[in-house]
Design a protein around this ligand. Structure first.
Ligand code: ZN
Length: 273
């Protein structure tokens, strides 16, 4: 594979980059809901970041996955989206990427309420391993081409790596000096408690109830909404939208506004026979 050869030639140096063809890249961005509203400058910056992301770490196929250049390119595009307003150094802890064709089985331990440890086998769409491996199900990455889907497995797992950049995945990523940490903690905690109460009451929350699992999953799921369905996140809690807009240095709500307005108008309009 061409890119594997380039990586061998250039090694994993941060200055190495895969030159992604511009037209291919524009088509990819146009059909991916999170990327379709980026302006030309952002599309170009994303291409540069994705080229460096691809050159800087090996991709491995698992479970019989046929890992094409196009698949690697789409994964890279979504992986660097969260750092479009930051820099690629945030993703240094991702040292390799493993791609399965579909959801994969994971064995892990769960402790029940009486403290007994159970071996559990789960199906996963993605995982962020603490030693630096991003693991993905390609079928779940592809499912993200549907604009109605709330989930974005690549953004979710990358958000876990970003969250863990200060040593702990706890929903509290390293914040800049300009960010009010006390406000962040208070606003996230209040919204988490509110979501947990809705889920506990058996009611339907506005966002995926998986976010109520723990603060780390809360941050990862909110990041998915931030980039895919920012209007839903803003409805759920406008203060969390503003925190994430400042943290990621992006404003998806503003750039997607025309499309969101069209969608809203379409939903209220007369139906066709
Ligand atoms: Zn997660």
């Amino acid at each position: 594979m061409l890119w594997q050869t380039l990586r061998r030639l250039f090694g994993g140096h941060s200055s190495a980059s895969v030159d992604i063809p511009v037209e291919t890249w524009r088509r990819l961005c146009a059909e991916q809901p999170e990327l379709a509203d980026l302006c030309d400058e952002e599309v170009e910056r994303l291409r540069q970041l994705a080229g460096r992301f691809l050159a800087g770490r090996p991709f491995y196929a698992a479970g019989g996955m046929d890992l094409s250049d196009a698949a690697q390119m789409r994964i890279a595009a979504l992986a660097v989206l969260p750092v479009l307003g930051l820099d690629l150094g945030w993703l240094d802890s991702i040292r390799s990427v493993v791609v399965y064709p579909d959801a994969f089985e994971v064995d892990h331990e769960e402790i029940d309420e009486s403290g007994v440890v159970h071996e559990v086998r789960d199906l996963r769409a993605g995982e962020a391993w603490s030693h630096g491996t991003l693991v993905l199900s390609w079928a779940d990455v592809q499912a993200g081409l549907d604009p109605e889907m709330a989930t974005s497995v690549v953004v979710h797992e990358v958000a876990h790596f970003i969250d863990g950049a200060n040593g702990a995945e706890n929903g509290f990523p390293p914040l800049g000096k300009h960010h009010d940490r006390v406000r962040w903690t208070a606003d996230f905690q209040a919204a988490f408690d509110r979501l947990a109460a809705v889920v506990d009451a058996g009611d339907e929350p506005l966002i995926d109830p998986y976010a109520a699992t723990n603060p780390a999953e809360f941050f990862a799921v909110l990041s998915e909404y931030f980039f895919r369905l920012p209007e839903v996140l803003s409805d759920f809690d406008p203060s969390l939208y503003r925190h994430l807009a400042r943290f990621y240095a992006q404003d998806p709500l503003a750039r997607m506004a025309p499309r969101i307005d069209r969608k809203a108008a379409g939903n209220n309009g007369p139906s066709r026979a």
